[in-house]
Design a protein around this ligand. Structure first.
Ligand code: PMP
Length: 367
């Protein structure tokens, strides 16, 4: 039996966990009742059995296929602990006393990664955009020769900036937190040696973290770590060293299948550009009312569109009016305030038109 989504859906602008494709929700709902004709719910199957094996293998293969990476070169992993655990695992595995890693400081999540790395070695801040409230992506990097790696945050979920492309002329391994833009853009993913992402924005439900690691980089990892904190353990066990987040992996597999049905990541990017443009254009049309947080247009995130009201007193009114139109999750992150519209891959085009229209109506009413 296939499930169906009969509820009246809101426009969910939440930064994550966030909107997922309806077809994925329907299939996952059906699988919670019974997966295939196994006589079991997906929640009940063993992680070492004939029902789960193909699900795990197919989801692993699909990650590489969608990113355009080769399995001879890269190993995908499904881990727990959120992207936040990766802030620690990366330096634990690749940094040591007396060694330096370069980090680019582009805001809240980058800082958390930096703070954890400092526990394991030297951190050089190769660039920072803190001087202008993280409203742009710094271009001039002061890199350390022979750094163990360079770490960037490709999309800054809270501030609303996004690296337009991987940084150039990097001769050391490149590590990226892609929690909020993995699978959103047709990037040159092979520029990266380690990619990590909490799944709960573009890839699936909370509880599973994706890691994709270049095998030659993995070979350089530190030894002597607790088993669960070592990438080598998980790579060797193909993410089955311990019980993986089975349901999360299953849903990630469904999301990847959906991405491929949409035409892959290039088609997804085209749609994401169209969606983001609709909202940015509406903001730029009413400059007396709205102030986009990111002025450098090339650095504006396709995923998290951040802005403030020129008159902050109007913000609660704006949010109340949005809710009346079934638009939820628009309040900016508590650390920066303002408004944030997160429009991940599965967010519908109509929702972007609905927000753009509302931005116009609100601006006219409060002119
Ligand atoms: N990095 C980025 C860019 C994020 O947006 C988030 C979560 N919003 C995190 C890391 C932390 O992820 P998690 O909650 O999965 O630990």
């Amino acid at each position: 039996m296939k499930g169906s989504i009969t509820m009246k859906r809101i426009y969910n602008f939440s930064a994550g966990p966030a909107v997922l494709p309806e077809s994925v929700l329907a299939e996952a709902a059906a699988a919670v009742r019974e997966i295939g004709d196994s006589g079991m719910s997906i929640l009940e199957v063993s992680h070492r059995g004939k029902v789960y094996d193909p699900i795990h293998e197919e989801a692993s293969a699909a990650i590489l296929r969608v990113l355009g990476l080769d399995e001879t070169e890269y190993q995908p992993l499904f881990l727990g602990g959120g992207a936040s655990l990766q802030f620690a695992m990366v330096p634990m595995n690749f940094l040591a006393d007396g060694q330096t890693a370069d980090y680019v400081d582009t805001g809240t999540w980058a800082i958390k990664a930096i703070d954890d790395a400092k526990l394991y070695g030297q951190v050089n801040i190769a660039a920072s955009s803190s001087n202008k409230r993280y409203s742009y992506v710094p271009r001039n990097l002061k890199l350390t020769p022979n750094a163990r790696y360079l770490h960037i945050t490709t999309n800054n979920t809270i501030e609303g900036t996004e690296w337009p492309a991987p940084p150039k002329a990097v001769s050391v391994p490149l590590v990226a937190d892609m929690s909020s833009d993995i699978f959103a853009r047709d990037l040159n993913y092979s520029a990266y040696d380690l990619i990590y992402a909490g799944a709960q924005k573009n890839a699936g439900p909370a509880g599973v973290t994706l890691v994709v690691i270049r095998k030659s980089f993995l070979a350089q990892a530190n030894s002597g770590l607790p088993a669960m904190l070592s990438y080598a353990t998980h790579a060797k066990g193909k993410s089955l060293y311990n019980t993986p987040p089975v349901f999360g992996v299953y849903v990630v597999g469904l999301v990847l299948k959906w991405i491929e049905e949409q035409g892959g990541i290039a088609a997804i990017e085209a749609r994401n550009r169209e969606k983001a443009d609709i909202i940015y254009a509406a903001l730029d049309e009413f400059p007396h009312m709205y102030e986009p947080a990111v002025t450098q247009k090339s650095d504006r995130s396709l995923m998290n569109i951040t802005f403030r009201m020129r008159n902050p007193d109007l913000e609660p009114l704006f949010l109340d009016g949005a809710r009346e139109r079934r638009m939820e999750g628009l309040k900016g992150h508590r650390s920066v305030g303002g408004i944030r519209a997160s429009v991940y891959n599965a967010f519908p085009l109509e929702g972007c038109y609905a927000l753009a229209e509302y931005l116009g109506v609100f601006a006219a009413r409060h002119a």
